[in-house]
Design a protein around this ligand. Structure first.
Ligand SMILES: [Zn+2]
Ligand SMILES: [Zn+2]
Ligand SMILES: [Zn+2]
Length: 311
């Protein structure tokens, strides 16, 4: 189903529908923009898009620049490789840079797991997530990933979402034990994102700026069903609550097939305003990091300041 085609073709949409649900704000990033090479057979597009997201996130770029000491892993050191490519982004006169050193450090680091190996395609969002966890390792190795409070740890200080999930039965009142966890990327199914967009637009005159947060919340809840904790027979939706206020919220889009026809709809569903409701101050600026990989292999990281999120 194509909500974008149906909605805008029927004349019900906002003027300039091709702009997406929400008109993007001015980009605040002034980072120089360069391409990253991806020769035939290299299959580095997943890494390149993760890298572009990190480079174009002001908060990450500036904080990372200040880090100097780290636990070095020599030729498999992701920290050193990242420092080197960031220096090239900033100072090189080339328009297109090779990401080979980082690609190789990544392959060596994940050799045992057989992830991110040379020449083999992999997932951009998972690569992004793993790059963050490796940075944590290089700069605060002594702290466990799930309880890291190191002030200088950019991944945990800026990106980590602390959530808990719980089932509450409306029928018998039983509740499951709250399960706390940390996530770096919030994954959403593109199919449920588009289906929810259709549903939400059915009862609205036109898209509104606060719609994206609600859309994410609705799309996250779909399909995640559990049995009632006291087995009363009720099937429940799991409830997830965001407990902290990360400066950067990363959304990973999960495609249900390699040949999804939803790419255009998804891009038009992306908004830049997320509200956490009345619970949190609405003046905090967050950054939304979305890496869109189209099936033609073109990456276009889209980075916009956003408001709040309630997952
Ligand atoms: Zn190093
Ligand atoms: Zn950490
Ligand atoms: Zn129950």
């Amino acid at each position: 189903m194509s909500w974008k085609r149906n909605y805008f073709a029927s004349g019900g949409g906002a003027a300039g529908g091709a702009q997406g649900l929400v008109t993007p704000r001015t980009m605040t990033s002034i980072a120089p923009s360069k391409g990253l090479s991806n020769e035939p057979g290299q299959n580095s597009c997943f890494l390149n898009s993760a890298l572009q997201v990190l480079w174009h996130l002001d908060i990450f770029r500036r904080s990372f620049r200040q880090l100097t000491t780290h636990k070095c892993m020599e030729d498999s050191c992701i920290f050193c490789a990242l420092k080197s490519i960031f220096a090239q982004f900033q100072f090189s006169s080339e328009r297109v840079l090779p990401s080979d050193a980082l690609r190789s450090a990544l392959a060596k680091t994940f050799q045992d797991e057989q992830r991110f190996q040379l020449g083999i395609m992999d997932d951009a969002a998972e690569c992004f997530e793993n790059l963050l966890m490796r940075i944590h390792f290089h700069i605060s190795a002594e702290t466990r990933e799930d309880i890291c409070t190191a002030k200088h740890c950019i991944p945990h200080q800026k990106f980590a979402m602390t959530l808990f999930e719980q089932c509450v039965c409306n029928s018998c009142g039983a509740t499951s034990d709250p399960l706390p966890f940390i996530q770096m990327v919030h994954y959403i199914s593109t199919t449920s994102l588009c289906n929810q967009a259709v549903k939400m637009l059915e009862c609205r005159e036109k898209p509104t700026p606060d719609m994206f947060g609600e859309l994410l919340r609705n799309a996250s809840n779909v399909g995640d069903l559990r049995n009632c904790p006291s087995n009363c027979g009720e099937v429940l939706r799991i409830r997830r609550v965001l407990m902290n206020s990360p400066e950067i919220v990363s959304i990973g889009l999960v495609w249900d097939s390699d040949h999804s026809d939803l790419a255009e709809d998804v891009i038009h569903s992306l908004g830049t305003c997320l509200r956490l409701g009345d619970v949190r101050p609405p003046h905090t600026h967050l950054y939304l990091a979305i890496s869109v990989r189209t099936f033609t292999g073109v990456q276009s990281p889209s980075l916009e300041p956003i408001q709040w999120i309630n997952l």
